[in-house]
Every structure is written in C-alpha cells, then in structure tokens.
Design a protein around this ligand. Structure first.
Ligand code: ATP
Length: 216
C-alpha cells in the first residue's frame, strides 16, 4: 500500500508530523509520503517558496524512517493538482497496488472544487482525518462521497486498489500553519509548535517575516 499526504506545509509543524505517524499506525504501514504542493490552486501566494517549504520538510523528517518526502509536484510547472499526482503514481505503481491519499476534513470539505475530483476515487482510496471544528457540511459532495464509499475498517483498503473512503479520528494537535505565520509576523515565538531545527532555519533565512537576530 502506498500512502501520500499532500499539503502546502507553509510551514510544516508538529500537527502535520503527528498526523502522519498516527496514519501509519492506523493503516499499519511502514511509511507515508509527504507531498508538498508547488503552487496551491485554491489559495493565494504561500508565505515561503516551494523549495524553501521542501527544505523545511526535509529538515523536520530527517532521521524518521516512517516519514518520506515526495517532491514530484515541484517538478511540474503551474498549479499542483492532486488528480495529476495520483495519475502519475498510479502509472508507477500499476493497476493493483492500493494507493491512499490522506486529507483533513477542512481541506476535504471543498473536495468538489478540486480539479477532476470525480476521477480521484478511481485512482486512490481517501483517508479523511477529522479535524476539530471542521465537520464536513451535511449533504455536501464530500459528505456524500464518504457515505457512499465508506470503508468498514483500515484493512479493507488492502483488498482493492482504490475507491474507498476511510474516516479516522486520531488525537490531533490543534496547530495550524496560518497560526504559526501570524505568530511569527507578530514577533511572537512559535517554538514547540514545530521542530526547533525548522524554527531555526526560518529565523536564519528571515522566512515569514521572522527577525534574523532573535534565536531559539
Ligand atoms: P494553513 O493554516 O496554511 O491552511 P495547515 O496547517 O492547515 O495550513 P496545510 O498544509 O494546509 O496545513 O494542510 C495539509 C493537510 O494537513 C490538510 O489535509 C490538513 O487538514 C492537515 N492538517 C493541517 N494541520 C493539521 C493538524 N494540526 N492536525 C492534523 N492535520 C492537519
């Protein structure tokens, strides 16, 4: 089973990292691939460039074998569409290998605005992680998809290559990249919300408006 977890990671934080490990446990897989997007289609400019966000991810996961980074979206020009990434992976994995994409309910709520969203269940399983305060609107396309394709248990994802939706509700850290960017812009420390190394690099490079003189 090949599991990917996409996001802007602007910047990566402990909420992302904990979620990734929780998913590995829940699916009983040895690793998960973090897929940073190059240009997010549904939001404005990112706070840091894609190469900078990728470098922070590499730093955050160094030495943790369960967490890998897949930088394929940075190699494509233009907006990063999940359907394109999944189609490319499906080509590499062949038709039979289970492919899983992980997404939080906040991002999944607007699933029907994703490009080619209807083709996504034909390419992969979807693991939807409940984020506190971000329920899927009842009757939305995302909510309908969960109801129609619900997997009874994690093991079911091994029985077919794609097409199921598994809901997970693991313990999550209430951290958002938006909150971190705001904190840094306000001159407050985001320490302990992200790995120290990542925060140090942000300061050294003055990312997100961080002051280069103050240090952890
Ligand atoms: P932003 O605040 O900039 O929107 P974010 O912190 O929500 O960023 P993203 O990179 O947009 O992070 O999210 C990537 C994926 O990670 C999404 O599926 C999102 O639901 C999930 N995610 C983000 N933060 C957390 C968290 N604290 N716990 C679990 N999942 C999270």
């Amino acid at each position: 089973m090949h599991v990917i977890y996409g996001g802007t990671f602007d910047p990566i934080h402990h909420g992302h990292l904990r979620l990734a490990l929780e998913v590995c446990d829940a699916l009983a897989v040895p690793r998960i691939h973090l897929v940073p997007c190059h240009i997010p289609p549904h939001r404005g400019d990112t706070g840091a460039g894609s190469q900078q966000r990728l470098a922070l991810i590499r730093q955050a996961i160094a030495g943790e074998g369960a967490l890998q980074v897949d930088d394929r979206e940075l190699g494509r020009a233009g907006a990063s569409y999940t359907a394109d990434t999944l189609r490319q992976l499906r080509g590499e994995l062949g038709p039979d290998e289970p492919l899983v994409m992980v997404v939080g309910t906040d991002a999944f709520a607007s699933f029907d605005r994703w490009r080619e969203w209807q083709s996504i269940p034909e390419l992969a399983h979807i693991v939807v992680v409940q984020r506190p305060g971000a329920d899927l609107p009842e009757g939305s396309e995302a909510d309908n998809l969960v109801r129609q394709r619900r997997a009874g248990c994690a093991q079911a994802l091994n029985q077919q290559p794609c097409g199921l939706v598994l809901e997970l509700d693991p313990p999550l850290l209430d951290i958002s990249a938006t909150g971190i960017r705001q904190r840094i812009a306000d001159g407050r420390s985001p320490r302990y919300l992200m790995p120290d190394d990542v925060w140090r690099t942000i300061q050294t490079n003055g990312l997100y408006g961080a002051c280069t003189s103050a240090r952890v």
